[in-house]
Design a binder for this molecule. Structure first.
Ligand SMILES: *[C@@H]1O[C@H](CO)[C@@H](O)[C@H](O)[C@H]1NC(C)=O
Ligand SMILES: *[C@@H]1O[C@H](CO)[C@@H](O)[C@H](O)[C@H]1NC(C)=O
Ligand SMILES: *[C@@H]1O[C@H](CO)[C@@H](O)[C@H](O)[C@H]1NC(C)=O
Ligand SMILES: *[C@@H]1O[C@H](CO)[C@@H](O)[C@H](O)[C@H]1NC(C)=O
Ligand SMILES: *[C@@H]1O[C@H](CO)[C@@H](O)[C@H](O)[C@H]1NC(C)=O
Length: 317
């Protein structure tokens, strides 16, 4: 063979070997360190590994998120903390768990994280910074749209969208839901669980510490109950026990952070003129739920999450 032919032949072999070895190396390496294997199917995922000790110190995906029949025997720590939020009462948690899960499904939701999946979530708060934001179409394009309490869509389509896959409520904030919307109960007391049972059965609970709706329109098969252990985790790990307990909006944002691959946050924080009111409060009266927990602490965590590129914030104009 001529020298040139040999050189070309050798060069081709080198290229082949390089490609081959590289591929081999990639696979071998990926078994030990998660660098090549994608965490989810999105362009970027919440759980993408990156140099971020702050996030890793706080984030724990093993905490139960939803209550079910088998995980409703709370740890003593959670039980005592949860009971300390409520007035002393004769209701017994173990007495409501059985009726609760004979009525509602207790299947495991959201355990299908996979490299092929890209679940996008919009967490929509009630801040007035949504007014004239034109975010409606963008919000509706997400797989999941989480809304809180009263936050209406009718009449606000342009700015907040129409889609609601999940709505977080508690007895005192309950509203009617569409048949396709998940009712996400945030239980702050045993009575809240009893109320939920009553909503779909006897409809005879009309008071907690205030008057509540005895029943609402909602799909019984789409009921989900946030686990008090999750609320405690959010309160202790993420808020460092600031305030009494986390707000509805913050709990839902945290839930999204633990079950979605991408989280976009709308309607959180003050409006551009620095006020804290709801997008649906026309007279700019101060927000009704402003008391207990509208701390800067929650907002600081949200800003930090954005800074670390775990979430995206949309704050209006
Ligand atoms: C109940 O929730 C736990 C996580 O907290 C989960 O491991 C278990 O599979 C769930 N049980 C059912 C029946 O869905
Ligand atoms: C709940 O857990 C406690 C200990 O944490 C145990 O003694 C008790 O038997 C459990 N109850 C049920 C119904 O599993
Ligand atoms: C709650 O129920 C359990 C089992 O039914 C019982 O052992 C316990 O004493 C009850 N606690 C209260 C405060 O009634
Ligand atoms: C709501 O959806 C359930 C299935 O999840 C169905 O059985 C029920 O008939 C629906 N109700 C209405 C009013 O559409
Ligand atoms: C509601 O009705 C149930 C069953 O009829 C009864 O056991 C319960 O005590 C009632 N609760 C209230 C608050 O009236």
């Amino acid at each position: 063979m001529k020298l040139q032919v040999r050189v070309i032949y050798l060069a081709l072999w080198m290229v082949f070997l390089l490609v081959f070895v590289r591929v081999d190396f990639r696979f071998g390496f990926g078994d030990f360190v998660d660098v090549t294997e994608p965490v989810c199917g999105c362009m970027s995922c919440i759980m993408d590994p990156q140099e971020d000790p702050w996030f890793m110190e706080h984030y724990d995906n093993r905490v139960p998120k939803l209550m079910n029949r088998t995980n409703s025997n709370f740890s003593a720590l959670t039980y005592n903390w949860w009971m300390s939020l409520q007035r002393p009462q004769s209701l017994n948690l173990s007495d409501v768990v059985e009726p609760l899960f004979s009525l509602f499904r207790d299947e495991e939701h959201y355990s299908d994280s996979s490299p092929d999946r890209c679940r996008t979530c919009a967490v929509v708060g009630n801040s007035a910074n949504l007014i004239r934001s034109y975010y409606g179409a963008m919000i509706d394009a997400h797989d999941f749209v989480f809304r809180m309490n009263h936050g209406p869509t009718e009449g606000y389509k342009r700015d907040v969208g129409l889609k609601t896959t999940h709505r977080a409520i508690y007895p005192e904030s309950a509203v009617d839901l569409d048949n396709s919307t998940h009712l996400v109960l945030l239980p702050f007391k045993v009575l809240d669980l009893q109320w939920l049972i009553s909503v779909f059965t006897t409809k005879n609970i009309t008071r907690t510490y205030t008057t509540v709706k005895p029943t609402i329109n909602a799909n019984k098969d789409k009921v989900m109950i946030i686990h008090p252990e999750f609320i405690r985790y959010v309160y202790e790990r993420w808020l460092m026990k600031n305030g009494k307990y986390p707000s509805t909006g913050f709990i839902m944002l945290m839930l999204a952070l633990h079950i979605c691959d991408q989280v976009n946050v709308f309607g959180f924080g003050a409006s551009a003129d620095g006020r804290w009111h709801h997008y649906f409060d026309h007279w700019h009266r101060p927000s009704i739920h402003a008391g207990e927990h509208r701390g800067g602490v929650e907002y600081d965590v949200i800003l930090k999450l954005e800074q670390q590129q775990r979430i995206k914030m949309f704050k209006g104009w």
